[in-house]
Design a protein. Sequence first.
Length: 93
Amino acid sequence: MKYMLLVHHDEQVIRDLGESELQKLRGESVQLANEIDAIGRYVDAAPLQAAASAACIRVREGRRLVTDGPFAETREQLGGYFLVRRASKKLLK
């Protein structure tokens, strides 16, 4: 079984960080991916683009409608994900 770990953050806070702090956060993310991989659970991980670059695509009656978005009324946005594999039952015992 696989699980997706979602990374949420406040985009304004991220924009306000300095380059050294951003590098530190990126390094911690890479370290976590390496630790998950070392125990054989890593499947995939990736950061996502800022919400301002998002688009919403809907298909209705065979026609595609593309609009800018999302426009959620929230400070936090989805910033990335880790996809991990569950431990086998043999390893859980």
